[in-house]
Write a protein that binds this ligand. Structure first.
Ligand code: ADP
Ligand code: SF4
Length: 695
């Protein structure tokens, strides 16, 4: 199908210095937690985006020298020629699909922990380092000259590998030249400090050096945070941020612009809508003739067209939309707008950079699995048998399993006991800031309706006795999980006294809109988003709300999604009282007793309602009943448990689990421990593997 001509503009080529991109879809640099540790996985991950139509595909941060060492989190390196082969895999993989490959050369300055290299972190002026016990030392003239030399050498290596675009990075408070620009950090009195011309000197020099070194072979891009995002406490896009772009306007071949503070640049959908950075970056095109790219979690082609027509950008920058749907450009080009898998803005992808382990995505279960499990986001293998499959439960796991099995050509019946599909993704989407979670269900429901071999039965609660009446050969149980009320969690190993009173409830009651009486104590021993979101909802209803947690801060796991500050700010702004590092010991009729984790000192909080956000237990009664039925020999059918019914986790885990059963049901003995031990997935060869194999 041809695309609507109004989208033609998105497929126009754009000249970037000596290179030309075939269209306006630009995957900006973004982290993967794969990088230098998994070059094959990285290459395949980026290749699939090129195959999906992105005109430019960039690396993540690529460190230029051991004094910028991001270990143990991923990231790329071009410290020496030894690092070239890994990145060459990516360049070749991307270019074979007609896309340009870009490399984000970086010196992280003060932000480099240098845990592995043991170099001392350095920057414009001294300050305590982040996350490592060290004082960042002030760079002298020799250091500045060394950084310039290292940057040139890394640029040469990037050019020699074959990169088309090479970056100078000054954003996210992670790029050394950005540290020099902000007066909050730069207290120098030499020619690199003081007036903005001086503070921007290092950025200017790095651009000039890179142009001089490789400018005739590669396009030179700058990534610059034009506003610190903290008002007058930092530089702004109407002050020094603008001044920097004006001064250097024509020097680079491309401006890739955003907000300097990473927490604001990567805001989740909970706190920012699509395009929230436009007020900051809109001026850039007015002060340069060079192409401009900016991000904003854009997934709508109409919005993209208007951005270009209104002169805000030349290229549509995307990190998360390209992860959730690597084939987004192709789908627009082929007029398949309904097939776009829209990012939900949850930052599960980003969290893996901080936690380590490899990128993943709530919407796209194949993310990070492209190479190691051979999963393609758009292609599944044809069915290998004539199994007739019943999927029980239409939450994220059941929907994804039905979709994957249906696409493979299996005959699938999906039974859902309620009158809606989507399970917790739809229920949670009614909470403040989580409306995009619906997209998990919407995308899959839309796709399932296109499959004639999948039948969906609503209002159909399945019991084990029902199944024997049909001729299904495989049953996939995706019945989800239920919140427990007893308060057992990380802090309490035994039920909390008084947990079984009627005013002790779980999040589903709040989500379902039950009348709640205040004062309310929310006991959050999960530490993820739900406790905070429920607190926000109830406080906005005017209730007196206390968020009580045994953790040292509310929603501690949200530091990985870059939401820590915004969550604190929001909860305090709506009047939620925060009680941290205390655990619940007793629930009375109108108050609770809590104890300090450290001193054991007891205090009391008023509580007419207590909401427990602690453990979830699998809804596995049906699963056990079915397994009892299949204890017959020969068994009538095989049974697989997926999603929260197998092990309660994130929505991303549930979708991944559904996808996995769909792919592997007929290939792998699922749950076969020997298989899992012998060959869970392909790994990039580690030093240990090489030793073991004598390579
Ligand atoms: P997951 O995240 O694992 O998909 P959810 O809790 O979001 O889990 O979804 C589980 C879905 O299963 C819900 O929509 C629920 O209504 C449905 N369900 C639970 N038990 C049954 C059953 N016996 N028959 C049919 N549907 C069921
Ligand atoms: Fe978007 Fe969430 Fe996927 Fe990241 S993990 S790309 S934020 S849907």
């Amino acid at each position: 199908m041809a695309h609507d001509p109004r989208y033609d503009i998105l497929f126009e080529p754009v000249k970037i210095g000596p290179k030309t991109t075939k269209n306006r879809f630009y995957q900006v640099p973004h982290c993967t937690a794969l990088g230098t540790y998994s070059p094959h996985a990285t290459a395949k991950f980026r290749e699939i985006k090129a195959e999906g139509g992105w005109g430019v595909v960039n690396t993540e941060l690529c460190m230029i020298h051991p004094s910028s060492d991001s270990s143990p989190s991923g990231g790329e390196r071009l410290w020496s020629d030894d690092d070239k082969p890994g990145l060459r895999l990516m360049v070749e993989a991307v270019q074979k699909h007609g896309a340009l490959a870009g490399c984000e050369l970086t010196h992280q300055g003060a932000l480099a922990g240098n845990r592995m290299s043991r170099e001392r972190p350095m920057s414009a002026s001294p300050r305590p380092a982040m996350d490592v016990p060290a004082i960042v030392r002030q760079m002298d003239k020799q250091d500045i000259s060394d950084v310039r030399k290292w940057h040139r050498a890394a640029a040469r290596r990037a050019r020699d590998i074959g990169f088309d675009i090479v970056y100078v990075y000054a954003s996210h408070m992670m790029g050394l030249p950005g540290d020099f620009i902000t007066e909050r950090v730069n207290r120098r009195t030499d020619e690199y400090g003081g007036v903005i011309e001086n503070r921007a000197r290092l950025l200017r020099e790095l651009i000039e050096d890179t142009k001089d070194e490789i400018g005739s072979d590669c396009a030179v891009a700058v990534r610059f945070g034009v506003d610190e995002g903290i008002g007058d406490a930092g530089y702004t896009c109407s002050g020094d941020g603008r001044r920097v772009v004006e001064m250097l306007a024509e020097l680079p071949d491309l401006w890739d612009v955003n907000v300097q503070n990473i927490n604001l640049d990567v805001m989740t959908a909970r706190f920012a809508d699509e395009g929230w950075q436009e007020p900051f970056t809109a001026f850039v095109k007015q002060v340069t003739t060079k192409p401009v790219v900016a991000v904003g979690r854009y997934t709508s082609p109409d919005r993209m067209v208007s951005l270009i027509k209104n002169g805000l950008v030349d290229l549509i920058g995307a990190a998360r939309p390209s992860i959730a749907d690597p084939f987004l450009p192709r789908k627009i080009e082929e007029g398949r707008i309904d097939d776009i898998r829209e990012c939900i803005g949850c930052n599960t992808c980003l969290s893996m950079q901080y936690m380590g382990g490899g990128i993943r995505c709530t919407q796209n279960p194949t993310t990070g699995e492209e190479w190691r499990r051979g999963w393609h986001p758009e292609r599944v293998p044809a069915k290998m048998s004539d199994e007739r499959i019943l999927v029980i439960g239409g939450g994220p796991a059941g929907l994804e399993a039905s979709l994957t099995l249906g696409r493979r050509g299996y005959s699938v019946a999906l039974s859902e006991r309620s009158n809606f599909l989507g399970g917790r993704s739809v229920l949670e989407s009614t909470l403040p800031g989580l409306s995009t979670y619906r997209r998990v269900a919407d995308y899959r429901i839309g796709q399932l309706h296109k499959l004639a071999n999948v039948d969906i039965y609503m209002g159909s609660e399945i019991q084990a006795s029902d199944v024997s009446d049909f001729d299904f050969t495989t049953i996939v149980v995706a019945t989800g999980s239920t919140w427990d009320r007893d308060g057992i969690g990380k802090a309490n190993r035994f039920p909390v006294n008084g947990w079984d009173q009627s005013h002790v409830i779980t999040p589903d009651k709040v989500i379902a809109g039950h009348a709640i009486e205040g004062p309310v104590v929310i006991y959050d021993d999960e530490g993820y988003y739900l406790g905070g979101v429920i607190a926000e909802k109830l406080a906005k209803q005017g209730l007196d709300v206390t968020l009580l947690t045994p953790d040292p801060e509310p929603s501690p796991l949200l530091k990985y999604t870059s939401e820590r500050e915004t969550v604190h700010q929001t909860l305090l702004n709506v009047g939620v009282k925060l009680v941290t590092a205390k655990h619940l010991v007793e629930i009375g009729a109108e108050e609770v007793e809590v104890r300090c984790n450290y001193t054991g000192q007891a205090t009391r909080l008023p509580a007419v309602t207590v909401v427990m956000v602690c453990l979830r237990s699998p809804n596995d009664g049906l699963l056990h009943d079915l397994r009892t039925v299949t204890a017959d020999t020969p068994p009538k059918f095989s049974v697989h448990a997926i999603g929260d019914c197998f092990a309660p986790g994130t929505i991303a885990d549930a979708v991944h689990s559904g996808h996995r059963v769909g792919r592997e049901m007929d290939q792998t003995p699922i749950g076969d421990i020997n298989y899992l031990i012998e060959k869970p997935f392909v790994r990039d060869a580690t030093a240990w593997d090489r030793l073991a194999s004598g390579r």
